[in-house]
Design a protein around this ligand. Sequence first.
Ligand SMILES: [Zn+2]
Length: 322
Amino acid sequence: MNAATATFRLGALTFSVVSDGTIAMPVSMFFKTLVEDRSAGQPEEGAASAARPASRSRRMEDVPPAVWQAEVPDLEPDGYADGSMNCILVRSDGKLVLIDTGLGTKPSTRAALNSLPGRDAGTLLRNLAALGVRPEGIDMVVLTHAHADHIGWCTVEHDGQFVPTFTRATYWLLRADWEFFAAPHRLAKYPVLRENLEPLRERVVLADCETAVTPNVLLWPSPGHTLGHACVALHAGGHYAMHIGDVVHHPVEFERPEWLAEVDYDGRQTIASRHRVAEWALAHDALLIAAHTPFPGTGRLRRQRWGLTWDEAEKGEPGRAP
Ligand SMILES: [Zn+2]
């Protein structure tokens, strides 16, 4: 298989979307609306689940298939949507920054995924190598959030121990996600969290608000999908791009921001974050990169008379390192 990398210019900055392969997302997980959410925004200390928001005090209702299928006729209610796992490599200020780490290859991580790993899942390191980048070359890893399909390559198993894959890197994420997913009772219960987060304890840089990782890379809180979900904005010379993580799983969720997925932890915050991202993107004419939109996941939002549309944007150039 050819390496899945796509390189873009952003003013004086270049960055590459680097794939960790694909997942098959069950369509039945999408197209819900929030009926009631009594625990919105509460960290739920003591709650048992890291992965099952359905256990919370909230009620979601299916959008009737006839309604959503009018907008996304390519999806079947009991089928799967092809998702990519789009990570980004950017060189800024002399540093190599990796945004998200995909699903990786560990059994615990794959078992915790809400979707099915594609046969090509776990290709991030190979694709980085195709760009001439070795794990020890990465200076900073920035995580949009701590779900299994974004933290899978944070660590690797070495002599029976899990150790940071990116041996020199600091790992950046929002404090709210770290405190939720790396809470002692969750680490004890979930191997996926224990194996991928615990070994980072000495390396994490926890942000509470908008935080510059480098002069061109900005961690940009966008809570909802998880309590500490963040986008990552790239900017150089008046040009803008943003990795939007899982603010949407499918671009139709920008057009219909009230259509939530089961895995969106806080529905109201998810909707608010979608609006904020859309406003920012329109104001900055930003190239957006969604984590799970088919590789390389790029799009631009346009405002039409009837609402927003997602235009698939330029696809980048293969095989050039930033
Ligand atoms: Zn995801």
